[in-house]
Ligand binder design. Structure first.
Ligand code: ZN
Length: 163
C-alpha cells in the first residue's frame, strides 16, 4: 500500500544537502520501489508536478515528474547537454510553502537517468518539462528555487504551479 509521506519544508537543513546516488542493483528492491509508490501518492495528494526524495526526508537521487504520459521516475539523473538559451518562468515548491519566484532555466536539456526498472534512459526535454527537471535536479544538489531568484513573492497557492 502506498502512503502519503510528510513533506520536508524550510527551515529543514536537509533541503540544502546533496543527495546520494542509488546503487543500480538496489533500484528494483522493495525499499526503493515502495519509496517510489509513496512519493507518487504524496505528489498526487499535494497536486504537485514534481517531487524529489529529499522533500520526503530521503537524501537519495530520485525524483518523480508528472508528464502527459504519466509519472516519470528519474534515478541518478544527469543533465548531459544544455541549450545556451534560457527563459524566465514562475516556480513554487512544496518545501517552500506559499512562495513563488521567477527563475531563469535552460529552455532545452538532454537528460540521462535510470528508470524505475533500473534501465538506463536518455531523452531531450523542452519548455516546462525541462524546467521541472532542472528544479528537481537542483533539489538533488541541495539547491532551492529561492536560491536562484531575487524576485520572491508570496501569494495563494496556484494549481499545478508547485513542484
Ligand atoms: Zn521543489
Amino acid at each position: 500500500m502506498a502512503k502519503v509521506l510528510p513533506l520536508t519544508i524550510l527551515p529543514s537543513p536537509l533541503l540544502h544537502q546533496k543527495s546520494q546516488p542509488i546503487a543500480v542493483a538496489k533500484i528494483t528492491q522493495p525499499e526503493i520501489q515502495q519509496l517510489i509508490s509513496d512519493m507518487e501518492q504524496t505528489m498526487k495528494a499535494n497536486n504537485s508536478v514534481g517531487l524529489a526524495a529529499v522533500q520526503v526526508g530521503k537524501l537519495l537521487q530520485l525524483a518523480l515528474i508528472e508528464t502527459q504520459d504519466g509519472i516519470l521516475v528519474l534515478i541518478n539523473p544527469q543533465i548531459t547537454s544544455k541549450s545556451w538559451l534560457k527563459n524566465e518562468g514562475e516556480e513554487g515548491c512544496l518545501s517552500v510553502p506559499d512562495k513563488f519566484g521567477l527563475v531563469k532555466r535552460l529552455t532545452k536539456i538532454k537528460v540521462s537517468a535510470y528508470n524505475q526498472q533500473g534501465k538506463k534512459i536518455s531523452f531531450t526535454a523542452k519548455g516546462f518539462f525541462a524546467r521541472v527537471i532542472q528544479h528537481e535536479v537542483d533539489h538533488i544538489n541541495g539547491i532551492l528555487f529561492i536560491d536562484r531568484t531575487k524576485k520572491i513573492y508570496g501569494g495563494p497557492p496556484r494549481d499545478r504551479q508547485r513542484d
